[in-house]
Design a protein around this ligand. Structure first.
Ligand code: ZN
Length: 165
């Protein structure tokens, strides 16, 4: 299956994963605006830059209108969507509007940032008194919100909390 790459993928994916991918020619300008150095790098890779036929674009616009995502999609987004639809490709994007529209049309997508790593929660111990934060020891009670130990600084209860991003 061919793979259509959105601009975030062009920015963040390594060359090995980008090779052989398809991009809209309008993404060149967008990438240049975001990172000229990255554009130079990407242009040296083996990618296929493709103009979007008018009928593909019309189909993308109609699909995005159906799901209500159209007002929030940029021209470049629509080009990317149109390529994915026209080539029946896997769409590489983290944009949930593109994901939503493309899924609605029966397409498959791959996130740019690994979804599995995003879903891993990291926990820490936080003091309910002085707000001091420590790593969670291996043997600590995992029950969220309950006192797990005492603060080494002020003696208040420490609770297990999800670490802030
Ligand atoms: Zn404390």
């Amino acid at each position: 299956m061919e793979r259509v790459l959105d601009t975030a993928a062009l920015l963040h994916w390594p060359q090995t994963k980008l090779t052989g991918g398809v991009c809209a020619t309008s993404q060149r300008q967008e990438l240049k605006r975001l990172s000229e150095g990255r554009l130079l790098l990407v242009e040296a890779m083996d990618l296929r830059w493709q103009d979007v036929p008018a009928d593909w674009l019309a189909r993308a616009t109609a699909t995005a209108r159906e799901t209500g995502d159209l007002p929030r999609l940029s021209d470049v987004d629509l080009d990317v969507l149109a390529l994915a639809l026209g080539l029946d490709a896997d769409l590489v994007t983290d944009d949930y509007r593109l994901q939503n529209t493309y899924s609605h049309a029966g397409g498959t997508f791959t996130p740019v940032v690994n979804a599995a790593s995003k879903a891993v929660w990291v926990w820490e111990l936080r003091c309910t008194g002085c707000r001091d934060v420590t790593e969670v020891p291996e043997d600590v009670k995992r029950s969220k919100g309950q006192a797990a130990s005492e603060c080494r600084r002020c003696g208040s209860p420490m609770v297990v909390k999800r670490k802030r991003g």
